[in-house]
Ligand binder design. Structure first.
Ligand code: PLP
Length: 365
């Protein structure tokens, strides 16, 4: 059986370094808001070419706190996509604001920049583009529109650690950016973790308090915050893994290239990398008209796949009584056709070849 993802292989490559890092924290007796987090925040910000990173509990919290810290709430609207992981949109709703959905570009599966402006109203406060699957959204037009209408841009970079837009790392372009370090992400912790990235000093300060009960100083509280911190053990693990991120992203790109070559003359549509983009292939997503049959065929042949995502957010049960009625033709169609093949740095060439062969067999026969 070829797994969809296997983080154990990665652990075994770097076991000694990880074990040492964890032990260092255990021996220190300091587990929350210490030196490991401080160093990781500096190292991660530097890696992205941004000023500040603020470690939080998860990618979902990063999004929720970013929306909140920008003062977005009841009566406000935020433009985003429906073709994403649900917590992009939950962050808006949990703050009392209304999500306004824009369809996606059929090549990159990221927000269709030509459909943003028509959705802007007096209530619009922000745009949340998602760098989905590891491919950046088209940031220049997004930043232009935002500037013209006085809106914030919150990048959801949870699937795009190290991806680049016109030579710049994603997460360093918008007013604020959110990362998830869920274990299977390109940079993953061994538990829940996330970060918010910004160049804005004031916003960074506010977020640092917000994740820690609104506290500037122990037992003094300036506003009502939350408990959402990236703990020292996870920070120490992330510091080790950050050093491998570029190498592992390159390996993902190599695997994608192999898949692309093997699948060239088949009935499947393979991922696109725009000339302005550096794709980091968090997921390798193909499209096929008979997706469900293809997935079953692969499973019968020992290959596990997944669908990201089978139901767009605006059609999720949780969103039905929110009154967000909208037609998103591209989003709705591709959710029926997409299939994510196994993709992780420690997948072998032989495995990639086997997967591609089975896909080929299925789509030709
Ligand atoms: C993973 C992910 C999140 C949520 O991150 P968690 O750390 O799991 O809370 C948000 N948005 C996108 C696009 C994601 O892929």
């Amino acid at each position: 059986m070829i797994p969809f993802v296997d983080v154990k292989r990665e652990y075994h490559e770097i076991k000694e370094e990880i074990d040492n890092a964890v032990q260092r924290v255990l021996e220190s007796g300091w587990f929350i808001l210490g030196e490991e987090l401080k160093k990781f925040e500096e190292e991660f910000a530097k890696y992205l070419g941004a000023n500040y990173a603020i470690g939080v509990n998860s990618g979902s919290d990063a999004l929720y706190l970013s929306v909140k810290a920008l003062g977005i709430g009841r009566g406000d609207e935020v433009i985003t996509v429906s073709h994403t992981f649900i917590s992009t949109v939950d962050a808006i709703v949990r703050n009392g604001a209304r999500p306004v959905f824009v369809d996606i570009d059929p090549e990159t599966y990221t927000i269709d920049v030509n459909q943003i402006e028509e959705k802007i109203t007096k209530k619009t406060k922000a745009i949340i583009p998602v760098h989905l699957y590891g491919h950046p959204a088209d940031m220049d037009p997004i930043m232009e529109i935002a500037e013209k209408h006085g809106l914030y841009v919150i990048e959801d970079a949870s699937q795009a650690h190290g991806a680049e837009y016109k030579g710049k790392k994603v997460g360093s372009i918008g007013h604020v950016a959110c990362f998830s370090f869920y274990p299977t992400k390109n940079l993953g912790a061994y538990g829940d973790a996330g970060a918010i990235v910004t160049n804005d000093n004031e916003l960074a300060e506010r977020l640092r308090m917000m994740r820690n009960y609104g506290s500037p100083k122990k037992y003094y509280h300036d506003f009502i915050g939350v408990n959402s911190r990236l703990d020292e053990i996870q920070a120490a693990i992330l510091r080790v893994k950050l050093k491998y991120l570029n190498r592992w992203n390159e390996r993902r790109r190599e695997i994608a290239k192999l898949y692309n070559e093997f699948l060239k003359d088949t009935g499947v549509i393979t991922p696109v990398e725009k000339e302005w983009a550096k794709h980091v292939y968090h997921l390798y997503v193909i499209r096929h008209k008979e997706r469900d049959e293809l997935q079953q065929y692969l499973l019968r042949n020992g290959i596990k796949t997944q669908i990201h995502y089978p139901v767009p957010v605006h059609l999720q049960k949780a969103y039905l009584d929110l009154g967000v009625k909208v037609r998103l033709p591209v989003t709705e169609q591709i959710s029926q056709e997409i299939l994510s093949l196994p993709m992780f740095p420690h997948l072998s060439d032989t495995e990639v070849e086997k997967i591609a062969r089975v896909v080929k067999d299925a789509s030709n026969g």
